[in-house]
Design a protein around this ligand. Structure first.
Ligand code: NAD
Length: 473
């Protein structure tokens, strides 16, 4: 069976339980089954949301439109610098297609709930649309549109032949039983399978969608089309897919230090915010390259060791169920905005959006920032860092390793062949290194920050594809 997939963020960060319940309430309580549906909503609410504990996280689940808004001025500057005509600008900014579907899902108690699902295909001039499905209360059409467009720019910066897409279902999956979630996923595929496909639009996991959901998508899609463009990791997933975004960020970091700070990982100190899929991978790869990770934080707490944390021991400790703050090899610290101000050479935000902002940016004591998370720096925060002479390796490039390994997975599955992990790592390094130098060259030639350089690269690549395909002819 031919099967193709992508590696993307699996759930994690989110809003607080109360906020999640508030946001989910309309979907949960809007039902066709009368009292049964209301009871299902109440029962689900009693189960509690897995997004608990994130209530005060600034921008923890930033809408795609907010993330897009943060880079508006850089994108506008980039389009001016690459001299795009107004028509071409409109063509590459507007999404190609938006589909919204109502999913009627029979609930365990006999009631029926309605959930809204969206898929936005932003631009496919460089290759098939590619993007995950996010299951989260904030997943409305606008959010999905913003995230789809980010995927267009990210794929173009790291030069993989994909366009940008995104899917979203307005649901808190932690409030559904496994059976309800499976029915919802199958309804989603039923409503969308016609626009998905290995050569047209390739879905993948994202916030709130895990390997189970991918397996249901795989199975349901196969019933309609005979093969699936999305696969769970244990069925044809690429080796090296886990942690690819973090591994890629450290490859980019290596080039960034060499070029802009005239130093190397093994001579530098690092503070990493977030110890999930991306943050733990970043910390591990920095440690393996001889760098000193002096502090890491997750939502519950942080640990600090000026001499450098023993990251493999810390990972084993967390794997066994330990927390960062009860790790013997470090001093416990609270996970609050002060964490970001710990002195280091490089700060790596790898958790939430919006954490480097007008309040925190003036207090940072680092020489550079590497944005492993999506949109960790607000426009105000960015301006402050620029004024303070702190260079930033931007998210649109830095966490592109995830999409690169998604591309490798697609290639391997098209060939019904699997590369070994060394092969994946070697190729990932080449893509990250080449993209860094393309972005860096453009930025230095025009005297602009790397973020503008990254958008110049993305806009010129997408615009060039549009032109070659006959735009305006
Ligand atoms: P994750 O859910 O695996 O991990 C998130 C981490 O952030 C957890 O350790 C969590 O405890 C921590 N966190 C949450 N709130 C915090 C707070 N207030 N202070 C400190 N830590 C906090 O998510 P992930 O997949 O590692 O994604 C992290 C970021 O990277 C997100 O911005 C995501 O969009 C981005 N990203 C992920 C991938 C990927 O492939 N996973 C790819 C590209 C970008």
């Amino acid at each position: 069976m031919l099967s193709l997939l992508a590696a993307h963020a699996l759930g994690g960060a989110g809003t607080g339980a109360a906020a999640a319940l508030r946001a989910a309430a309309p979907a949960l309580l809007r039902h066709l089954g009368g009292a049964g549906g209301a009871a299902a909503g109440a029962a689900a609410a009693r189960r509690g949301s897995s997004w608990a504990g994130f209530a005060d996280a600034p921008g923890s689940q930033r809408a795609g439109s907010d993330v897009e808004a943060q880079s508006q001025s850089e994108k506008a500057a980039a389009m001016d610098l690459v001299d795009l005509s107004p028509g071409l600008r409109r063509a590459i900014l507007n999404p190609d297609r938006k589909l919204s579907v109502e999913l009627l899902v029979p609930m365990d108690d006999g009631g029926v709930e309605i959930f809204m699902a969206h898929r936005v295909q932003h631009n496919n001039s460089r290759g098939p649309f590619k993007g995950g499905f996010k299951f989260h209360p904030s997943a409305d059409l606008e959010d999905t549109e913003g995230l789809a467009s980010i995927n267009t720019w990210k794929s173009a910066v790291v030069n993989v032949p994909f366009g940008g897409a995104k899917g979203g279902v307005a649901v808190d999956p932690s409030l559904l039983s496994s059976r309800e979630l499976e029915k919802l996923t199958r309804k989603l595929v039923g409503g969308m399978h016609r626009i998905l496909g290995a050569h047209t639009d390739i879905p993948g996991p994202d916030i709130g969608t895990d390997e189970r959901v991918m397996a249901w998508i795989f199975d349901e899609y196969s019933k309609y089309e005979g093969y699936s463009p999305a696969v769970p990791l244990h069925l044809h997933g690429s080796l090296g897919r886990d942690g690819a975004a973090g591994a890629g960020a450290v490859m980019g970091l290596r080039e960034f230090l060499k070029r802009d700070l005239l130093t190397s990982i093994n001579k530098s100190t690092f503070v990493v915010q977030g110890f999930g899929k991306v943050g733990s991978s970043v910390a591990r790869h920095i440690h393996e390259a001889g760098g000193r990770v002096v502090a890491v934080a997750d939502v519950r707490g942080a640990t600090f060791n000026e001499g450098g944390l023993d990251v493999p021991r810390l990972l084993a400790h967390v794997y066994r169920g330990g927390t960062l703050w009860d790790f013997e090899g470090g001093t416990p610290l609270p996970s609050d905005p002060d964490f970001l101000a710990i002195p280091c050479d490089v700060l790596v935000p790898a958790a939430l959006g919006g954490v480097i902002n007008a309040r925190t940016a003036p207090r940072l004591q680092c020489k550079a920032v590497v944005e492993a998370a999506n949109a960790p720096t607000t426009a105000e925060g960015d301006a402050i860092l620029r004024a303070r002479g702190i260079p930033v390796l931007p998210d649109v490039y830095a966490n592109g390793g995830g999409i690169i390994v998604s591309f490798f997975e697609w290639v391997q599955n098209l060939q019904n062949f699997q590369w070994d992990e060394d092969e994946v790592t070697r190729r990932l390094d080449r893509y990250m290194t080449d993209a860094f130098h393309d972005m860096h060259r453009l930025a230095k030639d025009r005297g602009v920050p790397l973020r503008v350089g990254a958008y110049m690269l993305a806009c010129s690549r997408v615009a060039s594809a549009e032109k070659h395909r006959g735009f305006g002819a």
